[in-house]
Design a protein. Structure first.
Length: 505
């Protein structure tokens, strides 16, 4: 486990493939690589960011956090800056959270968005720079690998300096504050040998959601591979490939749960055929086997998949220990999908998938006792109790259903307006087959609405947009909402998406 490298140490140094160390510059904003590993700037305090102990924060000697920013390192290039920041609410800012992933004797540090801490080489301005990115070529894969070196705080270092470094650890700071600065202190004393120094455990939205919880309320999903392509059911109703068109119905897979198995799902294509791990070899002499669409007479283990969470993505494991794999390379491998166990480091990420929920299951409310009979209610009772009426209400997720609790009684002018919202994907696309969720909003300001929707969706840094009925383009809302309390439809665009930078402000 990668976390074992961090569990029993209070501070670490991170050494890149270039034999240079990650350092916090004296401007208290930038980070870079340096040969000087003895400097305090190369030392990073370790904080645990979640109750499960799988996510960490790294704090510099300046008391600021290592942060995966949204600022591009160079315009037109994919890498983004890694900075030192001090967020107002660090417990909710996932930009400062890093997931260590073991890779041999080294680790990769993955951000909440699926990119990695990267030590760049080459000519200036890349030389000695630090960004977060996904390695696009095999030659740069080593750039995201780091050696972790545990650090002991020197005994001759000023206690005041050390106190400033560990100021976030309230229990330790309180313990140290009771010491006289003139008295000798050993950092290796028993008071500093607790197995883990951490902040108060909190529920992290990044890691507390298990793989199965990503699917629990999903009626249909899209699966996007590491190659930015979607798992697609071909028209021959037999083969499965990767395709760029995520809005196609062929990229949508209906989720079924297996009875008596809490962590197993089936995925059904738009042709009502199951995603199947077959025994057919993809190429003779090669290990990968075909993944097909089938409609077996008896549902067996070949159509069952176990989701396993890895950071912000999932692996789908067969009952026989192999994984759904999106292949790259030259034909016939390009765009193919097999199930296999990756044996090489460069193909480890081919089994990782982003899960996009495109249709949700509306949870049935708890049944209430029938109301007492009143005169002239026969027509209403027969309508509400008829099977057809019940099935029409539970068959699909609609705006009427999402807002039924809000509209069950007449709304007054002071109750606010109804806001129906949908979340766009990273390309700004909205699945037209899925109706929006609904909230009641009393304010008139776009900033207020943005904060409210951030709370509702769990996303940060969103842009609230409207969709033009003329050309279908997204336009960001201005400072104020329309003065009346009419129902509104909005689209939530995530700040890191491709479309966010192209919006017309």
């Amino acid at each position: 486990m990668a976390m074992e490298l961090f569990n029993n140490t209070k501070a670490v140094k991170l050494r890149s493939h270039l034999d240079k160390y990650l350092v916090a510059d004296d401007d208290q904003e930038t980070t870079r690589q340096s040969r000087n590993g003895e400097s305090k700037r190369a030392r990073w305090l370790v904080e645990v960011a979640d109750h499960d102990g799988t996510i960490i924060r790294l704090k510099s000697c300046h008391g600021k956090y290592l942060t995966a920013s949204n600022d591009p390192f160079l315009l037109g290039m994919t890498g983004q800056k890694v900075l030192q920041t001090l967020p107002e609410n660090y417990t909710k800012d996932m930009r400062i959270e890093w997931e260590p992933i073991r890779d041999g004797f080294q680790v990769k540090l993955r951000t909440y968005g699926g990119t990695y801490l990267r030590a760049n080489g080459g000519t200036p301005p890349w030389r000695n720079s630090i960004t977060h990115d996904k390695p696009l070529t095999g030659s740069t894969y080593n750039w995201i690998l780091w050696e972790v070196e545990a650090v002991d705080i020197p005994e001759n270092e000023s206690l005041n300096d050390y106190l400033s470094i560990v100021s976030s650890f309230s229990s330790v700071s309180a313990e140290l504050s009771g010491l006289e600065l003139g008295s000798p202190v050993s950092i290796h004393s028993t008071s500093f040998n607790s197995p883990r120094l951490s902040t108060t455990p909190r529920k992290s939205p990044l890691v507390k959601i298990t793989a199965m919880e990503l699917f629990h309320n999903a009626k249909a999903v899209r699966l996007r591979s590491i190659h930015n392509k979607y798992l697609t059911a071909e028209e021959d109703e037999d083969s499965v490939t990767q395709g760029r068109n995520g809005s196609s119905k062929a990229a949508k897979w209906t989720v079924e749960f297996v009875s008596n198995a809490e962590n197993i799902i089936r995925l059904k294509s738009c042709y009502s055929r199951y995603l199947t791990a077959s025994n057919q070899s993809f190429l003779l002499g090669m290990t990968g086997r075909k993944v097909l669409q089938t409609n077996p007479k008896r549902l067996d283990s070949s159509v069952e998949w176990e989701p396993i969470r890895e950071g912000n993505q999932v692996k789908l494991k067969t009952r026989y220990g192999q994984f759904l794999r999106a292949n790259g390379g030259v034909p016939p491998w390009r765009n193919s999908v097999t199930h296999d166990i990756p044996h090489r480091t460069v193909t480890q990420e081919w089994i990782l998938w982003d899960v996009h929920v495109v249709e949700i299951v509306l949870q049935s409310p708890v049944p209430k006792p029938p109301p007492p009979l009143v005169p002239h209610s026969d027509s209403f009772a027969s309508e509400s109790s008829s099977p057809s009426a019940h099935s029409s209400k539970s068959a699909s997720f609609s705006r009427q259903q999402s807002g039924d609790s809000l509209e069950s009684s007449p709304r007054k002018a002071g109750d606010g307006r109804l806001i129906y919202y949908t979340v766009a994907d990273e390309y700004g696309e909205v699945d037209e087959g899925v109706e929006g969720l609904c909230i009641t909003f009393k304010g008139n300001g776009v900033d207020e609405l943005t904060k409210r929707l951030e709370e509702e969706t769990g996303l940060e840094g969103i842009v609230v947009c409207t969709k033009s009925p003329l050309n279908g383009k997204l336009y960001p809302l201005r400072l104020q909402l329309p003065p009346n309390n009419a129902t509104m439809n909005v689209v939530v665009v995530q700040s890191y998406s491709e479309v966010a930078g192209a919006l017309s402000f």
